[in-house]
Design a protein. Structure first.
Length: 390
């Protein structure tokens, strides 16, 4: 286990009806004039928008609205939010929605406190974030874990680069998690969210750092919870307990706790980001395609790690004499799990061919050099993973 520091100040407010108290929590953290940030309007159809506005008004909090966040949030809307925050003297951002809304809010919170262009922070990892506008969230989908993470991901639609930055400065001050708010999600969106959560766990699990059995087992427990509960949402979309299990795992999967003392991989995320940037593919669907392909390509780097996963999470016994057979069976079970949720496992299923493999692989490594830690991947490696995903 490596030396580590763990810091996560996000206050998690979990349970039924807590969205009705959002104004109170904004006020607790000093919010007087708020940017109310949300997506395409679903929160208005469900009544969540009215609840948030009512609570803000009851607590005498002014607000300015900025809707229109799309999946794979874009730089142009972030820049618009920055302009609003500066011109309106916004002192708090309330993100009501899923991970895309929260990621957009985080980027706005950074850009509103600097005179530099926000995109420079995404392309230059050495740039230091000194100050941000505080953020609160009301989460509507269990997926990215952005509600308490240090990460934000934005797509520059001008050059189709999708990049992330990481900073504890914009970890939300509070996040309201009511599983009831996920009841009306389409089954496919729920499935994509669960795929993203599982990927966050895999990215941390596949490490070459030794003697991390405690966090290994925490990750394995979280994986099993997602693997068991995700399919249950298809028949029981309004089951609070099932949704609660998924929502809480989604938060813990990306708040830093499960990465303590270890170095994660993150190649699958980087490789998938190029797909969703170029083809506007839903992130979770891209991950259900790339993750098995990545596993097939890298498993020989540490077969014992894959065997451990096969045994502890996918319940594959050791009756097989060959390690490779065990690993291949495990990957097959993972692919079947994705399929059971209605998710794709090949690029052909989503209409993507090999015409842009080299371009995507090259862009993936811009400002990185190589990607991945379990196995360091170059441009040729990334192309080979795309080919395996066909």
């Amino acid at each position: 286990m490596l030396n580590f520091q763990f810091y996560n100040p996000a206050k998690i407010i979990f349970g039924r009806g807590e969205e009705n108290n959002v104004g109170k929590y904004v006020a607790e953290y000093g919010g007087k004039k708020v940017l109310l940030h949300y997506g395409g309007g679903s929160i208005k159809k469900t009544g969540l928008y009215d609840k948030a506005v009512k609570s803000l008004k009851e607590n005498n909090i002014e607000f300015v609205e900025l809707g229109g966040v799309c999946p794979n949030p874009v730089l142009s809307l972030v820049r618009k939010g920055i302009e609003i925050c500066k011109s309106e003297n916004i002192d708090f951002i309330l993100a009501v929605g899923g991970g895309s809304v929260i990621d957009s809010a985080k980027a706005i919170s950074v850009g509103a406190k600097t005179e530099e262009d926000i995109w420079e922070y995404f392309m230059d990892k050495k740039k230091v974030i000194y100050e941000t506008i505080p953020i609160g969230t009301v989460l509507t989908i269990a997926a990215t874990g952005s509600e308490s993470s240090t990460s934000t991901v934005v797509t520059n639609e001008e050059n189709l680069f999708k990049r992330s930055i990481s900073s504890s400065k914009y970890i939300p001050k509070f996040s309201i998690l009511n599983p009831e708010l996920t009841f009306t999600l389409p089954a496919y969106q729920t499935a994509c969210g669960c795929s993203d959560i599982l990927s966050h766990l895999f990215e941390r699990y596949f490490t070459l750092v030794e003697n991390v059995d405690f966090t290994d087992r925490l990750l394995e427990a979280a994986m099993k919870t997602i693997i068991i509960n995700a399919p249950l949402t298809k028949e029981n979309p309004y089951n609070y307990d099932i949704r609660a299990e998924i929502m809480w795992v989604g938060t813990l999967a990306h708040n830093g706790l499960l990465n303590t003392g270890r170095i994660g991989d993150w190649a699958s995320h980087h490789i998938e980001h190029e797909l969703s940037a170029l083809y506007n593919l839903t992130h979770g669907a891209g991950l259900s395609i790339i993750t098995p392909a990545w596993m097939k390509y890298v498993y020989k780097e540490n077969t014992d790690k894959f065997i451990q996963l096969a045994h502890r999470v996918f319940d594959i016994d050791f009756a097989y004499n060959e390690k490779e057979l065990i690993i291949k069976e495990m990957i097959k079970k993972l692919e079947n799990w994705y399929k059971s949720l209605g998710l794709p496992t090949t690029l052909r299923e989503v209409g993507i061919d090999d015409s842009h493999f080299s371009e995507m692989a090259e862009k993936c490594l811009v400002a990185r050099g190589l990607t991945g830690n379990f196995k360091k991947l170059n441009q040729e490696d990334i192309c080979n993973i795309y080919k395996l995903a066909l």
